[in-house]
Write a protein that binds this ligand. Structure first.
Ligand code: NAD
Length: 480
């Protein structure tokens, strides 16, 4: 059986303790590889290597850093079919999604920050009394990057690329649930000639590896994407050590459909924003609010489209939804569907586990599920489910839908469908979220600030925001 290895100081190696974890293929429910169950000893080795590499990498000319990172981007492009197949097998997502979204975006992340760093500049402030201030932005040192399972290589590289571009060295931990493409990335980094120790990838459990990264005194900043509870744990441990923190956490995003929307566009996109990646995207719109005058029409058309979605094994070209990521996650999602019914909801379509046949009989598949008739304050409408489950709720006024949209502890993303631009801008101002999409969803420009408000996170990723996060800012004041 294949063994995934840690990538420390430029080498692929087993964990110090020689302990291993099973890695399960969600499409079949079978163990298909093993990953290191690393601990603080491996993180210590990785940090030591990163500290040493920092002495050189931090002063390596930007153009050279950029060249190596671009080489990594080219190799991701070259190996796209292999990486997409690995991502789909590891995560359960349809192969076509991994081929068209996950891996191209991982390539773009490296390319974007490889070139972005060439354009990164800092401010100067001239003073009237013959003095000038300028801002120096220097790399921080060793930084930690911890990422989740839903968009494995996509989110892993979204953190690593700006950190490396800015001149830092990295100790990174992918999710133990989906480690495979991070392992393949380590092979790519070796092939690209990334100097040893610049990037270190330590595999294992959050409470061991993630915790050791959070607590290590030499790791000066943590960029984390994952659940809100984990973010709170990391924040509590990192705060007394005064580490810089970027936290991208959970969401419960509203998708608001006004009667004056372009109906067909809103309908088609809402099916995607509800069920893409089996609903396991932090940006999915899981609460759909529909203006009452079109509620029945939208509901019926939506359910009809959802009924046409195909749940199948990930390599099936006809699969709209593949497997959810793990058995415990499948059970969690199914328990929320049960809860929704206990809370008075009506399941309009879906609601059950899907049992495929043959090799896939023990995989983790769930029907895309649409529920109506729930109070907007009930648990189903307040807690993050992170699966193929959406609720439909009618509203009568802008004021009412804003109250409902803003009622959760989260504030990551939102979508508004209306042809009335004035109303759209008014809504955009008042929705409590880091991202508002108007008449679109998941349209991403990598230069824009990305992140959430309230319990969806602290800080912003993307573009120069990320480069600012991964640099230390110093003001130099010169009297002329
Ligand atoms: P998770 O919080 O369970 O795990 C995320 C990562 O943190 C994993 O690598 C895990 O091993 C590690 N971890 C776990 N416990 C840790 C600890 N005590 N210390 C340090 N690290 C620890 O999240 P998940 O289940 O992998 O991912 C799903 C969650 O991620 C959802 O809540 C989703 O909304 C969120 N998410 C947010 C964004 C965003 O951009 N805001 C993007 C994707 C996913």
């Amino acid at each position: 059986m294949q063994q995934i290895l840690n990538y420390i100081n430029g080498e692929l190696r087993a964990p110090v303790n020689n302990q291993w974890l099973d890695n399960v293929e969600p499409a079949t429910g079978k163990v298909y590889s093993q990953i290191p169950s690393s601990d603080a000893d491996d993180v210590a080795l990785a940090t030591e290597a990163a500290e040493k590499a920092f002495q050189t990498w931090s002063i390596t000319p930007v153009a050279e850093r950029s060249r190596i990172m671009d080489k990594i981007a080219s190799l991701i492009e070259e190996k796209l079919p292999e990486l997409a197949a690995a991502e789909s097998k590891d995560n359960g997502k349809p192969l076509k999604l991994a081929s068209h979204v996950d891996i191209p975006r991982a390539r773009d992340n490296f390319h974007f920050f490889a070139t972005g760093i060439l354009h990164f500049a800092s401010e100067s402030h001239a003073m009237e009394d013959n003095a000038i201030n300028y801002t120096l932005r220097t790399p921080i040192g060793v930084v930690g990057c911890i990422s989740p399972w839903n968009l494995p290589l996509y989110l892993f590289t979204w953190k690593i690329a700006p950190a490396l571009a800015a001149g830092n060295c990295v100790v990174a931990k992918p999710s133990e649930v989906t480690p495979m493409t991070a392992y393949l990335l380590s092979e790519i980094c070796i092939e690209a000639g990334l100097p040893k120790g610049v990037l270190n990838i330590v595999h294992g459990l959050g409470q061991h590896v993630g915790n050791a990264i959070t607590e290590h005194p030499k790791i000066k900043a943590i960029s984390f994407t994952g659940g809100t509870q984990t973010g709170a744990t990391i924040a509590a441990k990192a705060a007394p050590k005064f580490k810089k923190l970027s936290l991208e956490l959970g969401g419960k995003n509203p998708n608001i459909i006004f009667a004056d929307c372009d109906f067909e566009k809103a309908l088609k996109t809402s099916v995607m924003s509800s069920f893409a990646n089996q609903g396991q995207i932090c940006l999915c719109g899981s609460r759909i609010f529909i203006e009452r005058s079109i509620y029945n029409k939208f509901r019926d058309a939506f359910v009809e489209k959802v009924n046409a979605l195909n749940v199948s094994y990930p390599t099936d070209p006809k699969a709209n939804l593949g497997a959810v990521v793990s058995k415990p996650h499948m059970e969690k999602v199914l328990s929320y569907i049960q809860l929704a019914q206990e809370e008075g909801g009506t399941v309009l379509t879906g609601g059950n586990q899907v049992h495929l046949s043959d090799d896939y009989a023990n995989g983790y598949y769930i029907e895309p599920t649409v529920i109506e008739g729930l109070d907007y304050l009930c648990r189903t409408n307040q807690e993050e489910i992170f699966g193929p489950v959406v609720t439909l709720t009618p509203f009568d006024s802008e004021e009412e839908v804003l109250t409902m949209a803003n009622s959760t502890e989260y504030g990551l993303a939102s979508t508004v469908w209306t042809e009335n631009l004035t109303k759209a801008h008014r809504m955009a101002q008042q929705i409590e979220a880091g991202i508002v999409w108007i008449n679109c969803w998941l349209l991403r420009d990598l230069r824009t600030p990305f992140g959430g408000v309230k319990n969806s996170g602290v800080g912003r990723e993307g573009g120069f925001e990320a480069l600012k996060f991964f640099t230390e800012t110093k003001n130099v004041c010169v009297k002329l």
